[in-house]
Design a protein around this ligand. Structure first.
Ligand SMILES: *Cc1c(COP(=O)(O)O)cnc(C)c1O
Length: 825
């Protein structure tokens, strides 16, 4: 990346610019002391090296050139960074040498740091964590997103508990990003054709260690005033604006890859917003290879991976056909794809001209591989997408899952980092995680309990300080009497922070306020609670819940035991997950696709208390956590939560041995840290994607560039499919073996274009089964009629099995790419 220094750095201090512009500082704290030395006051206030570098007086920089100790520290930091950049990552050994250009990760939001506020919540934080992990493991990854003039809104709360939203301007010059330059040294820009005018997008670049992030920005002086607003706001309101943002991300994003000469990548769509990228990818391939759009679609689809993050169909973005029509003409100008064909890609029923254009369906059709974000969400998603795969059993709807994870070095506390370093070494999150579990399992009780105590005390101090600012007491706030009595470093501390979306039920704990009061004010075994979160500006109910919590926190009887902290963001999230004893999560099952905030507490020894939704449905075990399970329904879940707190969580925390250690609690900490932290790290997640999705995608992409038989195979199969027919099925019991024989008449289908199978659903405790049948002799006297046979142990009734015929090609992703199937009647 070509750097335009924010200011002239004196000779010898040039490395400061590189360090400030590499967002590795968001998780690598070895350089913090360098910045603190530059300007302690600026550093303490912002923890943002870029701000420090921009604002420090020139005289101070000149002074530092004379400071040998500083220069040495700077050289060490720069050397450490260079070593990190140069060392091949773990993935060099897993990533074949003939791999194409890497992975392009498309996302509407990226949550890397509060210093770059282009995120709103979990989706963005996940994307940020993912880029950081790609950097650590050496996966060549390019993030593609949007630069918003107004990012994540800031929240303030007035005396009546009402939330107000502030939209401070993201001044690009004060963000840790740089203009991306083209080959001629000019500012790189890409254009997207809108009706009657091009939309010009400026390209910005952020460095995330070894990974890079490109942000597209429509605020270009040559755009119309209205168009300059397209990227003004994250998730701007109005469907047309939303569509335009998705055009920018998908079409603009792919055009950027073309400008960077990176079209050979595996494209990973983080949620359906970027789905148009698959259309633009095929369009450009079509021109570059002089093939039809359909052939290009087949050639490129293998390189596309889609991750769905939504648990309800209402969460999918869908647009009115007329609105799509308004933009499609220009976007599709030269690809031979009619408006009807485009709309069909985003519809369940292509012939229904009234059906909206659904971006998620487009992503499903345009990506050969699809994943959900937790095991439960995989099941839910297969149900949601079943209509796109008619006559396929729901279990075979082609959606797998990779459970999300978190970038652990971004979420561990200083003392947790020290403990893990002492136990597992410094490079523990850069390599194989296999040995971590056993190492942490050896930690002794006292070390773990001291860790919890130290972290809790740090959090209490931070909360008081932050509350001081919130109450307008300024820098001296911490010593103010009003905050001195808030929270107690020796009391069981629970945290609960997230968006106030309805399904997250932030008010569940307020179901019976007197029970909560009793828990908080128990004279011997009290509990304390920190709550934080923003409601969407248009969400009346969410705002009402914020107000209810603020009002509850103001009750005199719980004074000092409940705190509502304003303006939840990445920085606050970090502090909370580093200091709480237990993290509460109360989503309504199965609405939480995954949820990641609870994972962030794992490395720090925080325990989870949650409904069995999202990741917790697969992670929960009594050895380290608690499950809220009121059999659905708010009152039942609230009752379950109160009982857990009253009968299990509070007693467990206060039951101490002769040395004052709560041994049962500490045992849970150890189990949670050792068994869950590696498993729900984004290291595991990225390796799952690499091995399960990226490598097969890259292999198929390369192959399809050389071998072009798939589109004609598919059209032959489609045009002859209706001719196929299954005839008689015969089954005999031979000892303990079922011998099945089925007759199939293939019409114009060739024998090696199809596969016959015996299928049995899960039933009476027997698992789902799919047994391939062998093609035997032609049926005498029949044209294209064949016998198919299979023998299998007679462990369940023969009537459980049904014969079916499906298209088959060893190099196609099936049934995703051709979802036909014919069942025995
Ligand atoms: C982790 C995180 C989220 C997502 O948390 P969930 O539990 O998945 O809702 C949202 N916002 C911030 C600032 C976060 O750090």
């Amino acid at each position: 990346m070509h750097r335009i220094p924010p200011r002239a750095t004196p000779a010898g201090l040039e490395a400061l610019t590189d360090l400030a512009l590499d967002l590795r500082w968001t998780w690598n704290h070895a350089v913090d002391s360098v910045w603190r030395q530059v300007d302690a006051e600026l550093w303490d206030a912002t923890h943002n090296p870029w701000i420090v570098l921009q604002n420090v007086p020139q005289a101070r920089l000149e002074q530092l050139t004379e400071d040998a100790g500083f220069r040495e520290g700077l050289a060490t930091a720069a050397g450490d960074r260079q070593e990190y950049l140069d060392k091949p990552g773990l993935c060099a050994s897993l990533w074949p040498v003939d791999m194409p250009d890497g992975v392009a990760f498309f996302s509407m939001e990226f949550g890397l740091s509060e210093a770059l506020p282009v995120y709103a919540g979990g989706l963005g934080v996940l994307a940020g964590d993912y880029l950081k992990t790609a950097s650590d493991l050496g996966v060549p990854m390019t993030g593609i997103g949007l630069l918003y003039q107004e990012g994540y809104f800031r929240q303030t709360i007035d005396a009546t508990g009402t939330q107000h939203e502030l939209f401070p301007n993201n001044d690009p010059a004060s963000l840790p990003i740089q203009p991306s330059l083209d080959a001629d040294g000019g500012w790189l820009e890409v254009t997207v054709p809108l009706p009657g005018r091009p939309l010009r997008l400026r390209v910005w670049q952020a460095q995330v260690g070894r990974a890079e992030l490109y942000l597209l920005d429509g605020n270009h002086v040559l755009n119309t005033a209205a168009d300059r607003g397209i990227t003004a706001k994250l998730y701007g309101s109005g469907t047309e604006l939303r569509l335009l943002q998705e055009v920018v991300l998908g079409i603009g994003g792919w055009s950027l890859l073309a400008a960077l000469d990176k079209q050979n990548v595996v494209a990973h769509l983080n949620e359906g917003h970027a789905a148009l990228a698959v259309v633009e990818r095929a369009r450009r391939y079509m021109h570059e290879h002089s093939v039809s759009f359909r052939d290009a679609w087949w050639a490129t689809r293998a390189g596309n991976v889609f991750t769905t993050h939504t648990a309800v169909a209402a969460g999918f973005d869908a647009f009115a056909p007329a609105l799509v029509a308004k933009y499609a003409r220009d976007l599709l100008a030269d690809c031979g794809l009619s408006l009807h064909d485009l709309l069909a890609l985003g519809r369940v029923d292509p012939s229904d001209e009234n059906e909206p254009f659904n971006m998620t369906y487009l992503a499903m059709r345009g990506c050969a591989q699809v994943s959900a974000v937790s095991r439960l969400h995989g099941e839910v998603s297969r149900g949601l997408f079943a209509r796109l795969y008619p006559r396929w059993p729901i279990a075979e709807v082609p959606v797998r899952h990779v459970t999300n994870g978190v970038h652990v070095p971004s979420w561990d506390s200083v003392p947790a980092d020290a403990l893990w370093t002492a136990t597992c070494g410094k490079r523990r999150w850069l390599g194989n995680l296999a040995c971590l579990e056993a190492a942490i399992a050896e930690c002794d009780d006292t070390a773990l309990w001291n860790l919890a105590a130290r972290q809790r005390a740090d959090l209490v101090r931070y909360v008081r300080e932050r509350l001081g600012w919130q109450l307008g007491l300024g820098a001296e706030g911490e010593s103010n009497a009003a905050v001195q009595g808030v929270l107690d470093p020796n009391v069981l501390t629970l945290g609960m922070a997230r968006r106030f979306a309805e399904y997250k039920r932030m008010n569940l704990l307020l179901h019976e306020p007197h029970r909560l009061v009793t828990l908080l004010t128990d004279p011997a075994h009290p509990m304390q609670l920190i709550v934080s979160g923003k409601a969407h500006p248009d969400d009346i109910e969410g705002k009402r819940q914020v107000q209810a919590w603020v009002a509850f926190a103001q009750r005199p009887e719980v004074a000092g035991r409940v705190v509502f902290l304003e303006d939840y963001d990445l920085a606050l999230a970090q502090r909370l997950v580093q200091g709480v004893d237990a993290w509460l999560n109360t989503p309504r099952r199965p609405w939480e696709a995954c949820g990641t905030s609870g994972m962030k507490t794992l490395v720090n020894g925080g325990l989870n208390v949650s409904t069995l939704d999202g990741w917790w449905a697969e992670a929960y075990d009594d050895a380290y956590g608690w499950a809220i399970d009121g059999k659905g329904g708010d009152p039942g879940d609230a009752e379950s939560l109160y009982r857990l707190l009253e009968n299990e969580i509070v007693p467990c925390f206060y039951e101490r041995d002769a040395h004052g250690v709560p041994t049962r609690w500490v045992r849970r900490m150890r189990a949670s840290m050792s068994r869950l932290a590696p498993r729900f790290s984004s290291n595991r997640m990225l390796l799952d994607y690499l091995q399960g999705f990226y490598l097969p995608a890259a292999r198929a992409l390369r192959r399809r560039e050389q071998q072009h038989e798939l589109p004609s195979w598919a059209s032959e199969v489609v045009s002859h499919w209706h001719e196929a027919r299954l005839g008689d099925v015969e089954v005999v019991l031979d000892g303990h073996t079922w011998r099945f024989r089925a007759q199939a008449y293939l019409g114009g289908l060739q024998l090696d274009w199809v596969k016959a199978e015996l299928y049995a659903d899960e039933r009476d405790g027997m698992p789902r089964q799919c047994v391939p049948m062998q093609a035997g002799a032609p049926i005498s006297g029949a044209t294209h009629g064949y016998e198919f046979e299979a023998a299998l142990p007679a462990t369940r009734p023969a009537a459980d099995y049904t014969v079916r015929l499906r298209p088959w090609h060893e190099h196609a992703f099936l049934p995703a790419e051709l979802p036909l199937v014919l069942w025995q009647r």
